[in-house]
Write a protein that binds this ligand. Sequence first.
Ligand code: ME8
Length: 513
Amino acid sequence: MSAKPSFYITTPIYYVNDIPHIGHAYTTLACDFLARFKRLDGFDVMFLTGTDEHGQKVEKSAAAAGKTPIEFCNQVSQRFRDLAEFMNFSNDDFIRTTEERHKIACQDLWVKLEENGHIYLDKYAGWYSVRDEAFFGENELIEGENGEKLAPTGAPIEWVEEESYFFRLSAFEEKLLEFYESLPPTVLPNSRKNEVKSFVEGGLRDLSVSRTSFNWGVPVPGNDKHIMYVWIDALTNYMTAAGYPDRDGEKFKKFWPADIHMVGKDILRFHALYWPAFLMGAGIEPAKRVFAHGWWTNEGQKISKSLGNVIDPFQIVEEFGLDQVRYFLMREVPFGNDGDFSRQSMINRINSDLANDLGNLAQRSLSMIFKNCDGAMPSPGDLSDADNAILDAVDALLPKIREHIDIQAINKSLEVIWKVVSDANGYFAGEEPWSLKKTDPARTATVLYVTAEVIRQIGILIQPIMPHSAEKLLDQLKIPSDERGFGQLGGSHRLKSGMPMDKPEGVFPRFVE
Ligand code: ME8
């Protein structure tokens, strides 16, 4: 394996009881963006996604569909793979919890926890929500419309009384509180860290980690009457894919602990509390960061099957274009906050940021080069203050972007790029190369060259967010494919003058209703 630094990022593994929707596409897109960014920035990246196929919820959904659980899983899991391909996600692996490698990993982790004295057999009596696959205390329940008891998520609950193994979660309070305070931050955004921290401060009860009332899952080693709690099984996927239980293997040594578990805020507690506790219990380092992003609503309403307003990512990509949807989802909402999907804001982003700002800048300048500079990249003359200012601005982008990416402020990383796009538009309009071309062709050549150089660097920088469009732009500038990494940014790799150009084609069309 190479000596490059490593970067391991994971998405949640999605339940196969439902077909993929915009929320799933969103989380995986954020990871795809970060994985692509890190690859271009010289890291050896492992990017994992997959499907969560065990548990009572899946067993029930399969029965309702008249299928065996595995037939059902095969079918729905494939939809998530199709989505990954359709959205141009660059995941390096796709894990399914029904795979043999995963069963081995789960059972090994269980044995480690048992050997370390963190698992004991007792009896569980309490409330369980199949929809959330989670246990709830009486004090957490809410009242439904007809006075019935519901989980805090609004899901129905059932009273469960059965023999169960327990994990000594209560023994990890202090270690978890220390973990939340360690730096660089282990849980982001800060509001989420505070949320999970105050939950732990409220006191932890031991966690029931096995069930005997259904079969669809990984059997507990040495007592196969018990099936492991689906969250132990699910969370372990992140280690399975890194080669666990082969802890001395190259892959595990390189990629564990994971750099980022990206999740939605709904599953923060599982990732920032249970998972690090399980790992601490097994003597394994927890992931370096859990980032819990916000929730999408549709035109102001909660997205739900019963409201019939689920946004189908396949359909919006067909309508608006893939890179356009990718850009909108990452740009529109501060990453971490909740966001609202509206057609109008999607159209505004496409027409203003993409078609007007970046698209016009590229199309106008490259067309002028093609028409006025004998179809080749011109040579710049002496640089004016204005030329230097815009070049300095684009040369200085990468370190600024990295600062945002280090805390997953994806939207901010795009904002700083678009600030330079906007400055470059101001520069181009201010220099008026079209009115100079007869009187001062040398100055025209310089302005066009400087603008094209800005576009070269912007083209390199937008590869993580809009891979296809960036490729088209860089192809038009005749940048060889091995000169598109972040090592090529900055002042020491300027565009080569004299390179023959083709007639440019617009990369960012306007959206017309
Ligand atoms: O929870 N807005 O799977 P899941 C933003 N199998 N993100 C959303 C969203 C929305 N409206 N709806 C869903 C599970 N998501 C478990 C995970 S991991 C070891 C096991 C995204 O299919 C978001 O990332 O219910 C959320 O956390 C995830 O889908 C839940 O997916």
